[in-house]
Design a protein around this ligand. Structure first.
Ligand SMILES: Cc1cc2nc3c(=O)[nH]c(=O)nc-3n(C[C@H](O)[C@H](O)[C@H](O)COP(=O)(O)O)c2cc1C
Length: 145
């Protein structure tokens, strides 16, 4: 905690991309997000690989709450699993990234760690579905389970 720092809310989640969401669609999401996030003072990271999203969002609590509502209603992904949501006074982890796309090599390890520490039953079930989906292979298996 750094009392001089602004109150920041953090939301971290993973989800499965909907059928038909490809690299080009993710580029459009990034382009849109960067424009909107500047206005809302949101920063963060979006990882996309093997049909799975992982996103780290940080910003003023009201702005993050609104974005979560938008994400919940966005048909381009489902099985959203909240991995962390917290608010504290601290500096941003990604002050210069209004939503940066990051390579996906490590996503399986990140999700496996999340599963090992998950306690909520529906989170555990959704994480297992996502991991199973990753193990089935590439994008062409999307949406068939
Ligand atoms: C994986 C994923 C990540 C997204 N990230 C952001 C984001 O960081 N910022 C944003 O404004 N919209 C993001 N979106 C789009 C929102 O779900 C929604 O379409 C958009 O916020 C609607 O904007 P509005 O509420 O201003 O109309 C994302 C969508 C997906 C599927």
């Amino acid at each position: 905690m750094n009392d001089a720092a602004p109150m920041l809310e953090t939301f971290v989640y993973c989800s499965r991309a909907a059928e038909g969401v490809d690299d080009a669609e993710v580029d459009r999401i990034i382009e849109w997000s960067q424009r909107r996030n500047v206005e809302r003072e949101i920063t963060g990271v979006l990882v996309f690989g093997s049909g799975v999203f992982f996103q780290w969002i940080e910003g003023p609590p009201a702005a993050v709450k609104n974005l979560i509502a938008s994400l919940d209603g966005d048909p381009r992904h489902h099985d959203i699993v909240a991995l962390d949501r917290s608010a504290e006074k601290r500096e941003r982890l990604y002050p210069n990234w209004e939503m940066e796309r990051v390579a996906a090599d490590d996503i399986r390890a990140v999700l496996q760690d999340a599963l090992e520490s998950a306690e909520d039953k529906s989170n555990i079930a959704a994480l297992r579905r996502i991991l199973k989906h990753l193990d089935l292979g590439p994008l062409d298996t999307l949406g068939r389970s």
